[in-house]
Ligand binder design. Structure first.
Ligand code: IVH
Length: 677
């Protein structure tokens, strides 16, 4: 506390903030504490007392915010202004040499430097600072939309609540990885055991589970940490510290603004230096205080990054060099065949449960007959099983020295195990496919599950088991039949109460309001994933237009290759699919028109909008997307900078704050009117 102004509580609080922040930074970011813990605690209690006496002086960046606050009902979603991308993976030295020469080609053989850093095994986070203050923290989600975990993130000690120094940009989005150090993970699991609660399988699950807690007080007790590895939105950098022009310099700037950056970051001048770095980190992997699953190489120069560009959802200027997956042995009990959405028959090994790569595994893919033969895998063998990160576990090879006389070679069935139609291998594909098409209940079930899934039509409450029952008892045959379901049919299903049946009918109804991209993805056309569906929607704008394109036309769409083009063309040409489409559209599925984003067509340019309350006619995410398409910025919290608040049903504290700040408020109907103009 400053001796000069002993009676000004505002100044006392400011001084305590500074001192507590300084010591927390030394402790959590620099790993170099100056003050004994007891002294720190004393200062902290002093602050808590002053804030209790003067609640009006409480601020969002007060260190006291780190203890957690009110319990949330759910997390709201947040659209990322700049998508959060993923990285392409490399597994071998050759992959890295290829990456290097690809970059060299993209940069017209000009010199370039790569930055190598560890690939942390945690979860990606985006932190938004406005005027230096942490205003929003969002998970990566699907890369386009994440969840608002601001309250939880405020409890993480190594994340500054306010940027350090005076020379930061007006708006700064920092990106990095939240993780749980190995030691903290072991202690947490011990505490869980002591309390008789469930333990976490690995530090990543523990970090993810912690960040998804609705009670931030619990999060405050979890040992979470963060390293930054990049930036997103930046607006108005400070004149005295313009934004650096290279990745390595940006990391240094982030450090001066108060963030922890991996101490293992290293410049590499050629691919050999990258491979040396990889070996060096791999040899120290066990000794590192946190888990990593590989290393990442990034082009250092930002202008060169831009020149190299992106492909689909990953940058061309960076790559993840993954560590070899962990391997264990276990008996292979049986081989069963699974029928996928497109009829592909996949042999699956049923294994004696074994812990590998951080989880317990009982099933592993065997890919196809050729793979089984090549690896000479037999039922009854003891096999080597491998799993890396979130990759599907795989059977690598049998231990021949342990083979029993009773082991049996395996031959894939010639017919679909579900509908008994012939299974065929066409076009030299490795997998055989059931020829039953949508007559095959297994394919139908998978198609319906995919249609209802979160990234597709997002029908809440329609779980896999329920789909299986509904198909088995003949209530639904095609995806269009979902929209004809009645509560009477639903309550006839196992474990389906009246209330859940009504809720499901409601969410089916709600799902009818969607986007063209989601709808296209939901149709489950082979090779049409989310990115391709979005590219198609943005390029052609209407379903009619896409339906009438042939394979050759479709190649003009960025992100559509010849195989996808052929599949899209044949999908829409089939009369069966046309019939299903007609049924879907006549059941009332609809989406907003896609608007060209030319500057003079951005009526909401400059608006900073907050959505609050429940929207009844449009999904919140879709409303956000539409608002952004019309030029608005959509923020999660109301501040003086907010220009408009859209208040849905049961709007609460945000609406009150907007009224206090005299911010314009409109309701859902008025918002829908924006979309129609
Ligand atoms: S850069 C545009 N750097 O890996 C590139 N990612 O597959 C964006 N990750 O979602 C990511 N350590 O969660 C980057 N040093 C690192 C990383 C890292 C871990 C994670 C991150 C991301 C995923 C990409």
């Amino acid at each position: 506390m400053s001796d000069k102004e002993p009676h000004d509580p505002y100044k006392q609080i400011q001084t305590l903030h500074k001192r507590l922040n300084y010591h927390a930074h030394r402790y959590y970011v620099l790993d170099d504490p100056e003050l004994p813990d007891s002294e720190y605690d004393k200062l902290f209690r002093e602050l808590e007392l002053l804030e209790k006496q003067h609640p009006e002086l409480m601020t969002l960046d007060s260190p006291s915010q780190r203890v957690g606050g009110k319990i949330l009902d759910s997390f709201t979603s947040i659209a990322h202004q700049i998508p959060m991308l993923s990285l392409s993976n490399a597994f071998s030295d050759d992959d890295i040499k290829e990456f290097y020469s690809r970059i060299s080609d993209l940069l017209n053989h000009k010199e370039f430097v790569l930055i190598a850093e560890p690939k942390l095994d945690g979860l990606a986070i985006s932190l938004r600072y406005e005027q230096g203050l942490l205003v929003q923290a969002a998970t990566r989600g699907d890369g386009t939309t994440g969840e608002d975990v601001t309250q939880n993130v405020r409890t993480i000690q190594s994340i500054p609540l306010h940027l350090s120094g005076d020379y930061y940009p007006k708006v700064l989005e920092v990106r990095g990885e939240i993780f749980m150090p190995k030691k903290g993970f072991a202690q947490l699991n011990q505490r869980q055991i002591d309390k008789g609660e469930k333990t976490f399988a690995n530090p990543r699950n523990a970090a993810a589970g912690s960040l998804r807690q609705l009670d931030s007080k619990i999060v405050a007790s979890r040992p979470l940490d963060m390293f930054c590895y990049g930036i997103g939105v930046v607006d108005q950098a400070h004149k005295k510290m313009p934004l650096a022009q290279s990745h390595s310099e940006i990391l240094k700037q982030l450090h001066t603004w108060g963030f922890a950056v991996s101490p293992e970051v290293k410049k590499c001048d050629n691919w050999q230096a990258c491979l040396n770095y990889y070996q060096s980190i791999l040899s120290r992997r066990e000794a590192l205080p946190y888990e990593i699953d590989g290393v990442v190489y990034k082009v250092d120069d930002i202008a060169q990054q831009q020149q190299a560009g992106f492909i689909s959802r990953a940058p061309r200027w960076a790559i993840a060099h993954k560590f070899p997956a962990e391997e264990v042995t276990t008996p292979l009990l049986d081989i069963e065949v699974q029928v996928g959405r497109t009829g592909a028959l996949t042999p699956v090994a049923r294994l004696q449960a074994v812990f590998v790569g951080g989880v317990t595994v009982t099933n592993a893919t065997l890919h196809n007959q050729t793979e089984i033969d090549r690896k000479d895998i037999r039922i009854g063998d003891t096999v080597v099983v491998r799993r890396a990160g979130d990759v599907i576990p795989e059977v690598v090879r049998p231990i021949l020295s342990q083979r029993l006389d009773s082991s049996q070679a395996y031959v894939m069935p010639t017919h679909c195990p579900i509908c008994h139609s012939l299974a065929e291998r066409v076009n030299n594909e490795a997998k055989s496919r059931c020829t039953g098409g949508l007559f095959c209940p297994a394919q139908r079930k998978e198609a319906i599950k995919h249609f209802a899934s979160r990234k597709a039509m997002d029908i809440d409450g329609l779980g896999d088991k329920l789909v299986e029952q509904l198909v088995d008892c003949g209530f639904i045959e095609t995806i269009a039949d979902l929209f004809q379901l009645t509560s009477i049919q639903l309550v006839a299903m196992e474990r389906m109460a009246d209330k859940s049946a009504d809720n499901l009918i409601q969410s089916i109804e709600k799902s009818k309001s969607t986007t063209l991209a989601r709808f296209l993805y939901a149709l489950g056309i082979r090779e049409v994933g989310e990115a391709t569906a979005l590219a198609l929607a943005n390029f052609y704008k209407t379903l009619e237009c896409i339906q009438h394109k042939n394979a050759e036309d479709l190649l003009e769409v960025p992100d559509v290759g010849p195989v996808a083009a052929h599949n899209i063309d044949t999908f829409f040409a089939q009369s069966h699919n046309q019939q299903v489409l007609n049924n879907l559209l006549s059941s009332g599925i609809h989406w907003p028109e896609i608007i060209n984003k030319t500057l003079d067509e951005l009526p909401l340019e400059g608006e900073i909008i907050v959505l609050t309350g429940t929207l009844l006619h449009i999904k919140r995410n879709d409303a956000k997307t539409r608002l952004i398409e019309l030029g608005a910025k959509v923020s999660g919290s109301v501040s003086k900078k907010t220009t408009l608040v859209i208040a849905g049903d049961k709007a609460g504290s945000k609406l009150i704050k907007a009224q206090e700040l005299n911010i314009k408020i409109v309701d859902e109907t008025e918002m829908m009117a924006f979309f129609e103009t």
